[in-house]
Design a protein around this ligand. Structure first.
Ligand code: NZQ
Ligand code: ZN
Length: 380
């Protein structure tokens, strides 16, 4: 195991009805800005629960943080927050609302333009932020990351600030999610685990077993999470799996990949494709292209998650990658770029961007522009 520091300060409040606990969690003297997306919380009554809980408290509302939150919108929230002297932020929504609110929390204490913060990559001087989660996928409710887009230039980059001080996870809020969002959320959760697991074996038995525990759980609950019945237990496991997949817990002392995510962000920036949907395509290309480097871990994953033990090592790996692709298809997601009408022009642009910025992603630092091209070509 490598050396590491672990400190996750987010308090998790989990279960039905827990939104009512908001007034006990936010200090009474705070001037709060509550941030929202496009209105799903009005339709599923999460909004009513939040404003009822905070009745009599000093709050303003900011609406309209989009899926794949844009700096263009977030600048408006920062201006409003500065004008109203906001000193506490409550994000009510999915990863996009939470991510956007993380940039607001830094932007409120920064004099320059918010995009400068994104380009800096991190900024830890922030106004406290808390969340009421309504979409399980990103882990943003219990991590310090945010991914912010700039629509005018079709760019999308990760930015790191502070962890939410608390997050309320009520699985009942997930009942109103469209099936496609659930599919994308399950895919995102699964790939978050793979990004931290599918590297080289023998680094930590404990991290491997935790990661495999989440993968098993996601595979097991997926059919019921996508089914027609409202099933509280299934939604509970789904919600907590997503949080634990990206709250730093499964990456203590081990190497990480993240190349699939970096390529996926480009697909979203260039085509608007939903985050989880990009991963369900790119991960297969990553595994196919880098199977030599990930050989030992692919064998372990194939055996422990999919029960693949027969045949030569190469046959086992091929079947493991095929089985993984089948899993994403079982969620109803595309697994090939061609199915989304994406081809050579996009591959060339992503290769150009990676080469121009000189990036070297992945656990071996070998995913540059040329390797990104090979990965994407393996997804056609
Ligand atoms: O905007 P509203 O009206 O709220 O609708 C949203 C949105 O259209 C809707 N939705 C959310 N909760 C709902 C609901 N609809 C019905 N019922 C509910 N309970 O779902 C749509 C998608 O929401 P969004 O927040 O965009 O989804 P998600 O949580 O998947 O977040 C995606 C964003 O997070 C970033 C992605 O890149 C993307 O920008 N990520 C953030 C990470 C992090 N902070 O650590 C890591 C991830 O890898 C990811 O990159
Ligand atoms: Zn993700």
């Amino acid at each position: 195991m490598n050396n590491f520091i672990y400190q996750n300060p987010t308090k998790l409040i989990f279960g039905k009805g827990e939104i009512a606990r908001l007034p006990q969690l936010i200090p009474a003297d705070k001037r709060i800005m509550i941030t929202f997306g496009g209105g799903s919380v009005k339709r599923n009554e999460v909004y009513d629960q939040v404003v009822k809980a905070l009745a009599g408290r000093d709050f303003i509302e900011f609406w309209g943080i989009e899926a794949n939150p844009s700096v263009e919108t977030l600048r408006k929230a920062i201006a409003l927050g500065k004008e109203k002297k906001v000193d506490f932020l409550l994000a009510v929504g999915g990863g996009s609302v939470i991510d956007g609110t993380k940039l607001i929390s830094a932007g409120l204490l920064y004099e320059g333009d918010a995009w400068e913060l994104v380009l800096k990559g991190s900024y830890s001087k922030t106004v406290p932020l808390a969340t009421v989660l309504t979409m399980a996928a990103t882990g943003s409710e219990m991590n310090s990351g945010a991914v912010i887009s700039r629509y005018e230039t079709q760019e999308k980059y990760a930015f790191y600030s502070n962890y939410p001080v608390f997050s309320i996870l009520d699985p009942e809020t997930l009942y109103s999610l469209p099936k496609r969002q659930i599919a994308c959320g399950l895919a995102d959760t699964f790939v978050h685990v793979l990004e931290q697991y599918m590297t080289t074996p023998g680094q930590s038995r404990l991290m491997d077993r935790w990661a495999e525990g989440i993968l098993h759980t996601v595979v097991e609950i997926a059919p019921r999470a996508l089914g027609d019945e409202r099933d509280y237990d299934t939604m509970s496991e789904y919600m907590l799996s997503a949080t634990l997949a990206l709250n730093d817990m499964i990456r203590m002392g081990v190497t990480q990949d993240w190349a699939t995510h970096m390529i996926g962000h480009e697909l979203t920036a260039l085509h608007g494709l939903t985050h989880g949907a990009t991963l369900a395509i790119v991960i297969n290309g990553t595994l196919r292209t880098l199977h030599d480097q990930k050989h030992g871990k692919l064998l372990q994953y194939g055996e422990r998650i999919w029960g693949i033990t027969d045949g030569t090592e190469e046959e086992r790996i091929d079947r493991t990658i095929a089985r993984t692709e089948e899993f994403f298809r079982s969620l109803g997601l595309s697994t090939r770029l061609s199915e989304e009408g994406i081809g050579e022009a996009t591959i060339a642009e992503i290769e150009r961007r990676f080469t121009a910025s000189g990036v070297h992603h992945g656990e071996a630092g070998n995913v540059d522009g040329a390797m990104a091209r090979r990965i994407l070509e393996a997804c056609l």
